[in-house]
Design a protein around this ligand. Structure first.
Ligand code: NAD
Length: 289
């Protein structure tokens, strides 16, 4: 297949390279010359405008920073320029309302579109092991599945347009809450005189067990290897967690859901990011508790 890829940053560069490895012809566009040079090295053909990159393609995949950019790129440069038969797949993390608005604009112009945000960071994007949560019609999902499978190990149909973004917002709100809860528990255990490893041995097989503890422990030297063992470098940046919590709180507002713990998690992550910790892994919030 011929696939246009728009947005070749930390995530998109590895994803586009995996499409090439799977045998697709990839037409790449990014505003950054550096990103385009890297895409060329990975075997993509590079273009100087979105309009040129989407000519004659079977699908368009995007991995962009935010909803405003996604809306602008699709409504100004993709819709009406890509062939109407091209499947449009936005993998960026954006708000549910914009995802639905762009999908409606695409469908009014005769295109099929899915939102397909990812779980998994840069290592998963490079390694082709992302999880995709997909919002869109059944036919569009069936067409997107083989393309997404070339970039990830799990592809799940979440529901209609916007459902992928909804799943991502709910999942990452829950992740932030159990990460903070896990940090609080480790700190309190320490203050009560418990050895952290002993607390881990007990809680990891008791009812407090959760992913932040057993797959991503925020304490160095306890549990499996995690960013805590690398001074909180790499992993999932606090700034990105704050972005996802802001999207989750927007979704809570528009849907009328009560999310007091999500609000508190956003407040704590905002204070942590504002104190200059935006680039640290999100588990580093244990330092502030
Ligand atoms: P990034 O900033 O590294 O990459 C974004 C790329 O988009 C950049 O190369 C930039 O030049 C390009 N870009 C910006 N505006 C453009 C435009 N108008 N046309 C073409 N290209 C444009 O960001 P990233 O870390 O790759 O994240 C991309 C998306 O993936 C975000 O929505 C983010 O929330 C999501 N995400 C990131 C991670 C992660 O760990 N980095 C994990 C899951 C999801």
């Amino acid at each position: 297949m011929r696939i246009a890829f728009i947005g070749l940053g930390n995530m998109g560069s590895g994803m586009a390279a995996n499409l090439v490895k799977a045998g697709h012809e990839v037409s790449a566009f990014d505003l950054s010359d550096e990103a385009l040079a890297q895409a060329k090295q990975s075997g993509c053909e590079t273009f100087s405008t979105v309009g040129d990159a989407v000519q004659g393609v079977d699908a368009v995949v995007s991995m962009l920073p935010n909803g405003a950019i996604v809306k602008r790129v699709y409504t100004s440069d993709v819709i009406g320029k890509a062939p109407q038969s091209a499947l449009l797949i936005d993998c960026s993390t954006i708000d549910v309302a914009t995802a639905r608005e762009v999908a409606t604009a695409a469908s009014s112009a005769g295109y099929e579109m899915v939102d397909a945000p990812v779980s998994g960071g840069i290592a998963a994007a490079n390694g082709g092991t992302l999880t995709f949560m997909v919002g869109g019609g059944k036919d569009a999902f069936a067409k997107a599945q083989p393309i997404l499978s070339a970039m990830g190990k799990t592809v799940i149909h979440a529901g209609d347009s916007g459902a992928g973004q909804a799943a991502k917002a709910c999942n990452n709100m829950l992740l932030a809450i159990h990460m903070i809860g896990t940090c609080e528990a480790f700190n309190m255990a320490k203050k009560l005189g418990l050895d952290p490893q002993t607390f881990y041995d007990i809680s990891s097989v008791s009812s407090g067990q959760n992913w932040s503890m057993t797959s991503y422990c925020p304490l160095p030297g306890v549990g499996p290897q995690s960013p805590a063992d690398n001074d909180y470098q790499g992993g999932f940046a606090t700034a990105l967690m704050l972005k996802d919590l802001s999207l989750a709180m927007d979704a809570a507002d528009t849907s009328g859901a009560q999310t007091p713990m999500g609000e508190k998690a956003k407040e704590l992550y905002k204070a942590f990011a504002d104190a200059g910790n935006g680039a640290l892994d999100f588990s580093a919030i244990i330092k502030t508790l």
